[in-house]
Design a protein around this ligand. Structure first.
Ligand SMILES: [Zn+2]
Length: 142
């Protein structure tokens, strides 16, 4: 794993070579405002080390990243910006709609009537047997 990737916009922000509205920085992660926000306060938390996907991210960094996301969500609720709830969204892989290949968690303030939409209907109903088989496959892979 490289510390930085030369063609990565988030590494460029980490190095201070690209402008971002940064609200948090420590030894492992940075938090800054999403440039195309769904709602005011929509922000991103990224590891300072380049990791294109979750599998490349060290577990300690992933844990810390989530802890900072939790604190950020609480801060959004106290910020005075419209925030009745929070969604966190992490796209891991192109098929999952990842477009910047440096791990990042979206932390999105939500309120009734906002523009954020989740089109998340079940593609099919699975039987208990099928669910148990899926659980076994995941358990065996852990
Ligand atoms: Zn990067």
């Amino acid at each position: 794993m490289n510390y930085w990737s030369d063609d990565c916009i988030f590494c460029s922000i980490e190095k201070g070579q690209s402008v971002a509205s940064i609200f948090y920085k420590d030894e492992l992660v940075i938090g800054f405002m999403e440039i195309a926000p769904v709602n005011e306060g929509h922000c991103l938390i990224i590891p300072r080390v380049h990791a294109s996907c979750m599998a490349d991210l060290e577990e300690e960094t992933a844990r810390h990243m989530f802890a900072v996301c939790q604190k950020t969500a609480a801060a959004l609720r106290r910020s005075g910006m419209e925030c009745e709830g929070v969604n966190m969204f992490l796209a891991d892989g192109e098929a999952a709609s990842q477009t910047v290949f440096h791990v990042h968690m979206h932390v999105i303030p939500r309120y009734k009537g906002d523009r954020f939409k989740v089109d998340w209907g079940p593609s099919e109903t699975m039987s208990r047997e099928e669910l148990d088989i899926a659980a076994t496959r995941i358990r065996d892979a852990l």
